[in-house]
Design a protein around this ligand. Structure first.
Ligand code: BES
Ligand code: MN
Ligand code: ZN
Length: 491
């Protein structure tokens, strides 16, 4: 699978090997140490010496132990013995790679510990290590580079087969997150709607997906007034991309809709300069959806998955859509524009309408939708709001498995009147409070009776600095969650 054949700007993916023993020539070895119990002798330090250096074995702690000319030993805390989780393993692997610094080859037996299933353990270790190793290359004479070149999972014979399966899956899921991060980190002039559509075609062709790209005229003919309204102020044309993954005997049909606002200036309701800098990442939802689609064949997903990427920027100017304008969406409903910065819901309205026409069993949309959600939940949690609790619970289970954390907010119908308009079926903003919920209520007008969950990823879309398996910049949030959801989905 080749997810990023052309535009990769310096990100380097390490190779991952499974080995029965620690290779002789390795730069660093990660040695798991729990908070109690024996300390592996290979570390060369006993518990008292570790404690004296401030290392207690707590999850995420590391201690670098230089070892003459041999491999650097790195103690990696895994917490209480007997309470090992895949999340702890993912975090431990990330901490190991960060502690390894410039050392290019790293071996560890983290995936060989008792207490977790071999495949799940190896997947988590590979994900943690590769995600922590991610660097956005940047547009630089000397691109930023990831230093990790090789990760060796040291695993005994009993767990080798499982570890191999999990490692392969981890490389696919981490690779997808790399793609989503790359797309969102890329400067807006390098990542327009046309660029992401081109990328989507490439991903589709190399990963067995159907792909259709719709231009401005086609969107107009289809009645996608949300897309046209938001795009009106831009000299860059919009693109809507429809991707399809169709297995032989589908066990269900899932639809994904991603907000692809390639740059959100706010439009005539212009954002203040400070709030605009990160708005090249306002296409993070579409990026996560595209990256997810690219993995489905490799992961032998059994559900049919249809995806819509709703891509345009939101600009001001003489042709821009105005406050008071009324837009008519694909499903015939209309909205009076009270704020051109509430544009995500306008492009999603068309995408959700189209998704419903495919009669899927469930729909997920993913969008950097509201500052209000970020105020409510902070930057470590996305919001989830839906119209069907069993389906929302499936999304929450996928979140729990991937450690891409979400928190449910209610689809409070009592707030629907805040969207009432004299001129149109609704207005595009609610009142000053509950903005994440009123945005979801707006979206709910376009999903009909289909079970639906909305992920508001405004908060976790980016991090200011390296943090565990998150690397500075775009996080690719939602990619692994959606992969997990799609590959476990049944009707
Ligand atoms: N893309 C923004 C939301 C956003 C803000 C994402 C910060 C990531 C970080 C969205 O289009 C927006 O501008 N929302 C407005 C809605 C408001 C006008 C009702 C907001 O949240 O301020
Ligand atoms: Mn906006
Ligand atoms: Zn936006």
């Amino acid at each position: 699978m080749n997810l990023w054949p052309t535009r990769q700007t310096g990100v380097m993916t390490a190779t991952v090997l499974i080995s029965r023993a620690t290779p002789k020539t390795i730069d660093a070895v990660g040695v798991p140490v729990a908070t109690t119990g024996t300390v592996p002798r290979s570390l060369g330090l006993n518990r008292a010496a570790l404690a004296a250096a401030g290392f207690e074995g707590k999850a995420g702690q590391t201690l670098v132990v230089p070892n003459g000319n041999g491999a650097t030993q790195i103690a990696v805390g895994i917490g209480e013995p007997g309470a090992l989780t895949v999340q702890a393993l993912r975090n431990a692997a990330a901490a190991l790679v960060r502690a390894a610094g410039k050392r290019a080859t790293v071996a560890t037996n983290l995936a060989d510990l008792e207490g977790t299933e071999a495949a799940k353990a190896a997947q988590a270790v590979v994900e943690g290590a590769l995600l922590a190793a991610y660097r956005y290359g940047g547009i630089k004479k000397e691109p930023n580079k990831s230093t990790l070149q090789q990760l060796v999972l040291v695993v005994g014979d009993k767990r080798a087969a499982g570890a191999r399966t999990g490692s392969e899956r981890g490389q696919v899921t981490a690779g997808a997150a790399y793609l989503a991060r790359d797309l969102a980190n890329t400067p807006p002039a390098y990542m327009t709607a046309r660029h992401i559509a081109e990328k989507a075609v490439a991903v589709a062709h190399s990963n067995g997906l159907g792909v259709e790209v719709f231009n401005r005229d086609q969107l107009a003919a289809m009645g996608c007034g949300g897309m046209l309204g938001v795009n009106a102020g831009s000299t860059e044309p919009p693109r809507m991309v429809r991707l399809t993954y169709t297995p032989r005997k589908p066990v269900g049909h899932l639809a994904l809709v991603g907000k692809g606002v390639m740059f959100d200036s706010g439009g005539l309701s212009l954002k203040p300069s400070d709030g605009m800098l990160t708005m090249k990442m306002d296409m993070s939802g579409a990026a996560a959806v595209l990256a997810t689609m690219g993995t489905l064949k490799a992961l032998k997903c059994k559900a049919k998955v249809t995806a819509y990427l709703m891509c345009t920027d939101n600009m001001s100017g003489g042709a821009a859509f105005k406050l008071g304008d009324v837009l008519t969406f694909r499903n015939g409903k209309t909205a009076e524009i009270h704020n051109t910065d509430a544009e995500g819901r306008l492009v999603l309205a068309d995408g959700l309408s189209l998704a419903v026409e495919d009669s899927p069993d469930a729909i997920v949309d993913i969008a950097t939708l509201t500052g209000a959600c970020m105020v409510a939940l902070g930057t470590k949690l996305a919001g989830v709001i839906g119209n069907d609790q069993p389906f929302v619970d499936k999304v929450r289970a996928a979140s729990a498995a991937t450690d891409e954390n979400i928190w449910q907010l209610p689809l409070e119908k009592g707030y629907r009147k805040l969207l009432d308009s004299n001129v149109a079926d609704m207005r595009n903003i609610g009142g000053p409070h509950g903005g994440a919920i009123t945005a979801a209520l707006f979206l709910s007008e376009f999903v009909g009776e289909v079970p639906w969950a909305h992920l508001d990823i405004a908060g976790p879309m980016a991090v200011d600095g390296d943090d565990g398996w998150l690397s500075k910049g775009a996080t690719g949030f939602g990619t692994r969650l959606l992969i997990e959801l799609a590959t476990t989905f049944t009707k």
